[in-house]
Design a protein around this ligand. Structure first.
Ligand SMILES: [Mn+2]
Length: 273
């Protein structure tokens, strides 16, 4: 029986510190390597915990394009229920959630790899375990808040969001807020079928709170008008980045390879003459 899902709280108390991780896209090996670099330790129950009680926060798009979407889903299912991690909504997350919900969606842009993984999982572990994992994944993805407000000593210090947010949307929850946070400021579709992205960060007037975001890969973390992009396109052969709050530190691990199968990636436009 499918139950109606409530969105999880969008407030994260970061008094012990928080590590915000950019778009993983199934790059599980790099993700674990990053956690180790950040000082997380594997416990007996299989969870990764930080000795100082730091929290892990994902900017979404944990699946698709890369090799281990299911491992990433399982990681966040377990770490969320243990109160160790949080995750915000994202475009791939939303697409996969609707697919798991049985809605008519076309799986493309790497989402078809999630379907392949679920098929292989069912062959290996049987239909009962597969349908349990599908339901847990559906719940995880559908209940993700549009953005996360990070509070410290009871003050709003940062906002974590997948693709972007307007300052007047911070703290609100509505279909328009969800759409903006999931896709960014999209001004329709271009002739190649790809979304035309407006540069919300460039146009931002406010400078606080800090907005940490991903979705739009660039070779290095980029600060602009009180925003910080930490999607370094790991699945495209770039890097996986974490932003540590309140230390204001960036930690990256390099991708082992370009998993996307694409020769032209969102990163190559930065190297082309
Ligand atoms: Mn995205």
């Amino acid at each position: 029986m499918k139950q109606k899902l409530q969105t999880r709280s969008k407030v994260l108390f970061a008094d012990q510190g928080v590590d915000i991780v950019g778009d993983v896209h199934g790059c599980y090996d790099e993700f674990i390597e990053l956690l180790i670099r950040l000082g997380y330790e594997r416990s007996q129950d299989g969870t990764y915990r930080h000795p100082q009680g730091r929290k892990l926060l994902s900017l979404g798009d944990i699946t698709s394009r890369g090799p281990y979407s299911i491992k990433m889903l399982q990681f966040f299912i377990h770490h969320l229920s243990a109160g160790l991690a949080e995750m915000v909504d994202s475009n791939h997350g939303w697409k996969v959630a609707r697919w798991l919900d049985g809605r008519p969606v076309t799986l493309a842009h790497g989402d078809e790899k999630v379907e392949e993984e679920f098929r292989a999982y069912q062959q290996e572990f049987g239909p009962k375990k597969a349908s349990l994992l599908r339901e847990q994944s559906r719940r995880l993805l559908f209940s993700s808040p549009s953005h996360m407000m990070i509070r410290r000593s009871d003050k709003l210090v940062a906002v974590a969001v997948h693709a972007g947010i307007r300052d007047d949307y911070i703290g609100l929850e509505s279909p328009a807020v969800h759409t903006f946070c999931r896709y960014g400021d999209v001004a329709g579709t271009g002739p190649d079928g790809r979304p035309i992205r407006r540069e919300w960060a460039k146009e931002r007037k406010a400078r606080a709170p800090l907005i940490v975001w991903g979705h739009d890969p660039r070779p290095e973390p980029q600060r602009e008008n009180g925003t910080l992009n930490i999607d370094q396109g790991c699945v495209f052969g770039g890097k996986l980045t974490a932003y540590r709050f309140p230390e204001d530190e960036l930690v990256s691990v390099p991708a082992k390879k370009n998993y996307s199968g694409l020769a032209e990636t969102p990163l190559t436009r930065y190297t082309a003459d």
